[in-house]
Design a binder for this molecule. Structure first.
Ligand code: SF4
Length: 290
């Protein structure tokens, strides 16, 4: 904290790597381009929120993007497949309904889908280490017949056979957790384990950078959609190393009492948090007068 005359200014450090990853940035620019091309011509839909950030979804909704959860809600127009992807059966249904499809699935998520499909064809039971309700995992589950999702140790009893397992990971999982789950699966007597590393480097870099920063600040803020798995993971990690960690959707969530007595604040943000949310928040912190 520096003192300017009678003003006491909070020092704010922003994580080296935070905010939009290339997959999310691409999905947003695809949405903006599709909206511009279809202006006054056709309705543009997103199958599920384009990214896990309500503020950005609302911004795009004002520009005309309609978010629907069910394909049956779409009669005509163009449908954007979000960065988390969609299951092959959903794509088939969209095609069967004669809708225009714009695929904004992140290339790394596509890679997991292809790997899962190939593992299934090669006779492996596909194991996804991740969260069963996450849209990325749901889409990957649709790529093979025999799929089991393991979130943590409590899910291990789901692995009942003894045969060949092909193991992948939700892209934004923490590497240590993936490693631990592999160890636990390895202790069971399967005849073959084929592991493919599908972790996303962008997510790993954000995690490492957040941990480095949270260790040297008095208070740490993690910004992003409360429904965003990668942001939640950043918050959990920071909390491990800095108990004064707060997970907020945006500037509106800032309780200035959390700044009381603090000199240095750290800020990080999930891969689905837009720059403008980070910039607004940092400005508020920098303007804070203790
Ligand atoms: S976090 Fe990684 S996998 Fe997810 S959208 Fe971004 S680049 Fe793609």
């Amino acid at each position: 904290m520096s003192v300017i005359g009678y003003l006491v200014v909070m020092k704010v450090l922003v994580a080296e790597k935070c905010g939009f990853c290339h997959g999310v940035r691409t999905a947003i620019s695809v949405a903006e381009k599709t909206l511009a091309e279809n202006k006054d011509k056709a309705v543009v839909y997103s199958l599920g929120p384009i990214i896990h950030n309500r503020d950005e979804v609302n911004r795009l909704a004002k520009a005309g993007l309609r978010t629907v959860d069910d394909i049956k809600e779409i009669d005509s127009g163009t449908v954007i497949i979000r960065s988390h992807g969609a299951a092959p059966s959903q794509i088939d249904e969209l095609r069967a309904r004669g809708l225009d499809i714009v695929d904004a699935t992140c290339v790394l998520v596509k890679r997991v889908q292809h790997i899962a499909a190939q593992l299934g064809k090669d006779g492996y039971q596909v194991v996804i280490v991740g969260e069963e309700n996450h849209p990325e995992v749901q889409a990957v589950m649709g790529c093979a017949q025999d799929v089991v999702v393991i979130a943590d140790e409590s899910d291990l009893p789901k692995l009942t056979g003894k045969g060949k397992l092909g193991i992948v990971c939700q892209t934004t999982q923490e590497p240590e957790h993936f490693g631990n789950m592999l160890g636990s699966i390895g202790r069971r007597s399967f005849t073959e384990l084929k592991v493919i590393n599908t972790l996303c480097n962008e997510a790993i870099k954000r995690q490492e950078s957040a941990v480095r920063l949270c260790k040297k600040v008095d208070v740490m803020f993690v910004l992003g959609g409360l429904e965003s798995a990668n942001t939640r993971r950043l918050a959990e990690l920071c909390k491990k190393y800095n108990n004064e960690t707060f997970y907020l959707q945006n500037r509106a969530g800032l309780d200035t009492r959390t700044l009381s007595g603090k000199e240095v604040a750290g800020v990080t943000a999930g891969a689905s948090t837009p720059d403008w949310i980070i910039d607004e928040f940092v400005s508020d912190l920098e303007a804070f007068e203790a």
